[in-house]
Write a protein that binds this ligand. Structure first.
Ligand SMILES: NC(=O)CC[C@H](N)C(=O)O
Length: 374
């Protein structure tokens, strides 16, 4: 039986639809993502914590859900907004339908609303706080909940989503024919800070010969240095990078000691902050799988996967930081490197998942910088 659901935005706009997940109430910042595939990877990406994701692609759930495709140990997005869910998923790897998967995990989702109208509204007003309510509906309560959400600015969520304890990661990519994750012989030891790390990042490190020790977000630099890493990796993650002072302090230590360091997304913003630059909140951010980004050394344009609402403010970069990449959508910063330390970072997602693999070679660059430092 279909249950009613609503989306209430802080500006008072109400969308009415049907439930496509669990009953209940959920709040967060409402953003839109333009990727046409990869809904499971998006829902389990920890960078979406406290965000309700609208998918602009109109049919979502077609290929069902498969356990091995999770990007983290749980669903992190606060909710999902879609135009249409197919009656039946169809794919040889599918284990369960999307609405059932969401319902089992207690995730509120809404379908059958005009996602084009919602996306145009978010583009005009900027990302808004909102509330999803499914099952028993109370419009006033939903509106109040949306307006009470404090917003992501100033919110440190890396320490919320991070692993409670350190662990080792050895899995490479999934071999679909044999249904096993492939291992490579490790040549380098990487300590990866988990600010909300996605599994595919760890896989791409492992398949390039890295033994990866994943550590909690608030692990002090001394503890990491005692592990004797060949390189330090700074993961993606949710929330505002600015309040993550523990991470910024640790990164200052690594770059001061010239340890090969590579950051992705939140990790990129944190490397920027540790170098002395500032970050800012964007109007509605970048969330999609087809964003053109230019590599400024040589001019090559890559199609990239993106998911961020904050950005490094290029006008605040100190003299020892060089801009390496820029977005061709809005000219915002997409990459930096230090001129006096083997440290670099990228704003988009070289691990994709979902998305195109054009930026994958940045992982090879990290491995090469560890090789060089040896
Ligand atoms: N994917 C990420 O790491 C996102 C970084 C940060 N939370 C932002 O929104 O900009």
């Amino acid at each position: 039986m279909t249950q009613p659901a609503i989306l209430a935005l802080e500006d008072g706009t109400i969308f009415e639809g049907i439930s496509a997940g669990a009953p209940g109430l959920s709040v967060g910042e409402v953003v839109f993502n333009t990727a046409i595939t990869g809904y499971q990877e998006i829902l389990t990406d920890p960078s979406y914590a406290r965000q309700i994701v609208t998918l602009t692609y109109p049919h979502v759930g077609n290929t069902g859900m498969t356990e091995q495709d999770d990007e983290a140990r749980q669903v992190w997005a606060s909710g999902l907004i879609v135009r249409n869910v197919p009656r039946r998923p169809s794919n040889w790897r599918s284990q369960v339908s999307m609405p059932e998967w969401l319902a089992r995990r207690g995730i509120v989702a809404i379908a059958d609303i005009d996602t084009r109208k919602l996306t145009r509204l978010l583009r005009d007003t900027g990302a808004q706080n909102g509330a999803l309510m499914a099952g028993e509906i109370n419009i006033d309560a939903a509106l109040e909940a949306a307006r009470k959400f404090p917003g992501l600015k100033g919110m440190d969520l890396a320490k919320v989503v991070t692993t409670p304890t350190a662990y080792e990661w050895n899995d490479g990519q999934l071999d679909l024919d044999n249904n096993v994750f492939v291992h490579a012989d490790p040549k380098f030891h990487v300590v990866a800070y988990d600010f909300g790390v996605k599994h595919n990042i760890l896989r791409m490190l492992a398949e390039r010969g890295c033994r990866v020790s994943v550590v909690p977000a608030q692990t002090p630099a001394e503890q990491v240095l005692a592990m004797n890493p060949d390189g330090v990796f700074l993961s993606n993650g949710p929330g505002d990078p600015e309040p993550c002072d523990y991470a910024i302090d640790a990164i200052k230590e690594f770059i001061g000691r010239k340890i090969p360091t590579f950051g992705i997304c939140l990790g990129h913003q944190l490397l920027g902050l540790a170098s002395g630059a500032k970050t800012m909140k964007m109007k509605f951010g970048h969330h999609g799988a087809n964003h053109p980004v230019q590599d400024l050394s040589g001019g090559r344009v890559m199609i990239t996967s993106q998911n961020h609402g904050f950005a490094v403010d290029e006008s605040t970069l100190p003299a020892n930081v060089r801009v390496t990449h820029r977005s061709l959508f809005d000219n915002s910063n997409q990459g930096i490197e230090l001129t006096d330390a083997p440290a670099f970072s990228f704003q988009g997602h070289p691990e994709a998942s979902p998305g195109p693999h054009d930026v994958g070679p940045l992982f090879d660059r990290f491995v090469a910088s560890m090789q060089q430092a040896k």
